[in-house]
Design a protein around this ligand. Structure first.
Ligand SMILES: C[S@@+](CC[C@H](N)C(=O)[O-])C[C@H]1O[C@@H](n2cnc3c(N)ncnc32)[C@H](O)[C@@H]1O
Length: 268
């Protein structure tokens, strides 16, 4: 049974998790996920041992809190949710300002659950700038509490680090497995953090040299337009296109709904 996401996140693999995991090796010693985000894949896979990271510090602090203190997060969200119902949008913007000053992980949860489409979007100065989703109330605290406690049980033995991806897998060995879901190269500032394409290619080459298996989610294609960024052919054995939804991007102009695909590269 998969665990529902406790946090909303840009680029979450929630809808593709089942298919992506179906391509994973059957036997994994330690599972590594260096671009964790909302952890849609670990919620599906539930590996025995996991080492995870994300460069977004408040996000990792939130994962650690979820692991050690689920009750605390749940009651904090309940308090904030009640204040939102009572005071409306002024409360949301008060918490948004507070988050931009203090970067508290506890506020991050509330913001992702109540902002427009749960999109964690930052401006150029690194401030969270999405607005309140006026027509939605945010997940009810009773429902979220259930999800929080389920997650907390699953992740008790996992390791959460606020490292850069390269450092996260430095001790990985043969028999281990790395799932990579980096920020896309063609979406500019939508995600927190950015990675250098050339450095990333060298990183993949190093994993190959060390005999470590990986699966990499990467840019794909929409309709006829390909976003496939060059991954040198010697770095992987299989390239799979995964249907990740439909885009209404061109609908207004030409009435066309196009299928969106994302790439999955496997080196095994
Ligand atoms: C596409 S999202 C991952 C989504 C995740 N698979 C999920 O299901 O929610 C990419 C993540 O990489 C993180 N990130 C960006 N640059 C990074 C870096 N250099 N090292 C580690 N994480 C990074 C971002 O903070 C973001 O959470």
């Amino acid at each position: 049974m998969k665990v529902s996401p406790f946090i909303k996140w840009s680029g979450s693999k929630r809808s593709q998790a089942k298919e992506i995991v179906s391509y994973f090796p059957k036997s994994i010693d330690v599972y590594y996920e260096p671009f964790l985000g909302s952890g849609a894949i670990i919620g599906y896979l539930k590996p025995r041992k996991a080492v995870t990271s994300d460069i977004n510090k408040p996000l990792i602090e939130l994962w650690r809190e979820l692991q050690k203190n689920p009750k605390n997060i749940s009651s904090y969200y309940r308090k904030q949710w009640n204040s939102l119902q009572k005071n409306g949008h002024t409360y949301f913007y008060k918490i948004r300002d507070k988050f931009n000053k203090e970067k508290s992980h506890m506020d991050l949860l509330f913001l992702t659950r109540t902002c427009v489409n749960g999109l964690i979007r930052y401006n150029k100065s690194g401030e969270f700038n999405n607005s309140l989703h006026h027509t939605r109330k945010g997940i009810h605290p009773d429902r979220l509490e259930k999800v929080i406690f389920e997650w907390s049980t699953v992740i008790q033995k996992y390791i959460f680090q606020d490292f850069d991806y390269k450092k996260t897998t430095q001790h990985a060995q043969k028999g281990d497995f790395v799932y990579l879901d980096p920020p896309y190269f063609n979406t500019g500032t939508r995600y927190f953090g950015a990675i250098d394409h050339q450095e990333f290619i060298e990183y993949l080459a190093d994993l190959n040299k060390r005999g470590i298996r990986f699966a990499l989610s990467y840019d794909g294609k929409r309709g006829e337009k390909s976003f496939v960024v060059d991954i040198p052919k010697n770095l992987y054995k299989k390239h799979i296109l995964i249907h990740s939804g439909n885009s209404t991007f061109n609908k207004v102009q030409n009435g066309k709904v196009e299928k969106v695909y994302e790439s999955l590269y496997l080196n095994y």
